[in-house]
Design a binder for this molecule. Structure first.
Ligand code: AMP
Length: 108
């Protein structure tokens, strides 16, 4: 069950600011506040999904396509051509702290 009381919900609704990279109607990318690589950013859907499984089960084709468009355009904008890592922490045991789906992208 999605709980609106999370920091990324506030970010989507512009209640708090972020260091934005790119956005479209469906998703937003921004720099992680505590980077764990030379470049570390997050991509989040604008729809309300708790984690990657909720997103896979319940997002529309347009939302999924829009999400990956933001992933790809962000990589292009940051000139990341030599590869990168992705991480989607899922559930408390999986190390998820913010329960709004987000994909970590890390590049050195
Ligand atoms: P996790 O839920 O463990 O996958 O990670 C949440 C991530 O969100 C962490 O890497 C945090 O550094 C990052 N984070 C938390 N608040 C913000 C914020 N306001 N702006 C950017 N990144 C954030």
């Amino acid at each position: 069950m999605y709980d609106k009381n999370n920091i990324f919900y506030k970010l989507i609704n512009k209640e708090i600011e972020c260091k934005k990279i790119h956005e479209n109607d469906y998703a937003l990318s921004f720099y992680d506040i505590y980077p764990k690589a030379r470049i570390h950013f997050l991509v989040i859907p604008k729809g309300l999904y708790t984690d990657i499984l909720d997103f896979a089960d319940n997002a529309s084709k347009e939302e999924i396509k829009g999400f990956y468009e933001v992933v790809k355009t962000s990589l292009e904008m940051l000139n990341i051509k030599d590869g990168f890592k992705t991480q989607a922490n899922t559930g408390q045991k999986g190390g998820q702290e913010v329960f709004h789906f987000h994909l970590h992208i890390l590049a050195n």
